[in-house]
Design a protein around this ligand. Structure first.
Ligand code: ADP
Length: 428
């Protein structure tokens, strides 16, 4: 409605001038010339208003518009209102931005915004102190040129940022950092850096404690075991009501020794910083030995097959691999009821090699599968204690595989058996 009012007035004004010009023209006999002169003047006035508008928008620092009349008064006023709204929105946005920057700058964790090519766009104070970045020189530099640790470069280029990686700080090797990338807005990435030194120290204390306790328990257990063995060897000389207790003591001591050994194995595995892929090992030979041991453990109660279609070597630690494979194979023997079939296989896979143990045992409900590799996690506590498990076997398997760059895949269905597969990368 307002617009129409201004347009109406403008048209009215232009028509009045044209009519007056027409009359003067008719009266003086110069109609054409006078109408032409009026049009030129009218156009010149509009051009002048356009010039004032441009001057106001581009050169003047004044927020208020120049005075005008007619439609130009409305145009100036509308632009003024628009600018005022924009200015408010800009102020609000820059306030939010500066508050956001102040809060991220105060974060104890380092935050680095990376552009499309991995170049640093912005970082906070903590990133400066944790990674030794320099706010003046390093903005615009590619992050991989500043953080040259090969593990970080691989992590950055691989593009799989589900898990963080841990590295020593380039400023102080005593400081351990956890770095995690997050992709957003198509090609941008945010790198978050956390100081986890304290957490690592606590974790180390926990590992040392478990290792020390297990180690200290070994000697008294060996002594007690020695006496129990003497008693069971000379059972005939003991009164008959001692027979069962001695037998049970022997079983429980064996259980405790397995538990202590498993705890020690786990602590040793955990204490290694980098994956230990020491020398070339031949998995088919390790598995052959384990299958023979499994047959002895099964005492003919199961059908045990070994399918081997590769004799290639992989890089690894033979003792650790033996421990992991035997845990999987012996679990299959222990959990599969008499008459079941167990198949152990070693074959090439798309990524390298695959070791698999398949059984026709009771299977595992899918709700348990993601938790099986946790320490002391058992599906059926009572029954598994009877079977003699420690609950540490699959935790050991997981650690060994991690240290070999391999991954564990468990397929199982209740009542239909289980399949444990270990995927190893090919030797490069
Ligand atoms: P445990 O020493 O108790 O066997 P593990 O860590 O080796 O501990 O295994 C964890 C749990 O996974 C076991 O308690 C058992 O319930 C289940 N499990 C492992 N292997 C099998 C298998 N082949 N068949 C059925 N259940 C299994």
């Amino acid at each position: 409605m307002g617009n129409f009012r201004y347009w109406g007035a403008e048209i009215w004004f232009a028509s009045v001038i044209a009519i007056i010009g027409l009359f003067i023209g008719l009266f003086t006999g110069y109609t054409g010339e006078i109408l032409f002169a009026i049009s030129v003047l009218y156009l010149a006035w509009h051009i002048r208003q356009l010039y004032r508008l441009k001057h106001w928008l581009t050169e003047s620092r004044n927020l208020y518009p120049p005075e005008s009349i007619g439609i130009w008064s409305d145009i100036f006023h509308s632009i003024y209102l628009l600018q005022r709204r924009n200015r408010k929105a800009r102020k609000r946005l820059s306030k939010i931005l500066s508050e956001f920057r102040a809060s991220t700058a105060a974060l104890p964790d380092g935050a680095i915004v990376l552009g499309e090519y991995g170049e640093i766009v912005w970082f906070n104070k903590s990133a400066e102190s944790l990674l030794g970045l320099n706010s003046k020189q390093d903005v615009g530099q590619r992050i991989v040129n500043l953080l040259r640790n090969p593990r970080f470069v691989n992590y950055f280029e691989a593009g799989d940022y589900q898990l963080p990686i841990e590295l020593s700080s380039p400023v102080d090797s005593e400081v351990r950092l956890s770095l995690r990338l997050t992709s957003y807005n198509k090609n941008q990435r945010l790198l978050m850096v956390r100081n986890i030194t304290r957490l690592m120290q606590l974790e180390k204390m926990r590992q040392d404690f478990v290792a020390n306790v297990s180690h200290e328990l070994r000697t008294p257990l060996t002594v007690v075991n020695g006496y129990v063995e003497i008693f069971s060897d000379s059972k005939d000389q003991l009164p008959s009501f001692f027979h069962r207790p001695v037998e049970q003591m022997g079983q429980q001591i064996k259980r405790m020794r397995t538990l202590v050994d498993d705890l020690l194995t786990l602590s040793k595995l955990e204490s290694g910083d980098e994956p230990k892929r020491e020398s070339k090992v031949l998995p088919h030979q390790i598995l052959k030995r384990i299958v023979d041991e499994a047959k002895a453990l099964s005492e003919g109660k199961h059908e045990i097959h070994f399918e081997c279609s590769s004799e290639s070597s992989i890089l690894g630690n033979e003792k650790e691999l033996h421990s992991a494979f035997s845990n999987l194979v012996f679990n299959a023997v222990r959990y599969t009821p008499q008459g079941g079939t167990i198949t152990v296989s070693w074959e090439p896979s798309s990524e390298g090699f695959c070791m698999a143990v398949t059984d026709t045992g009771p299977g595992i409900d899918s709700i348990h599968i993601s938790r099986l590799t946790e320490r002391f996690y058992r599906v059926d506590d009572g029954r598994n204690r009877e079977i003699g498990g420690t609950g540490l076997g699959l935790a050991i398997v997981k650690h060994v595989l991690e240290r070999h760059g391999a991954k564990l895949v468990i397929d199982s269905e209740l009542g239909k058996g289980s399949k444990f597969q270990c995927y190893f990368p090919a030797v490069k």
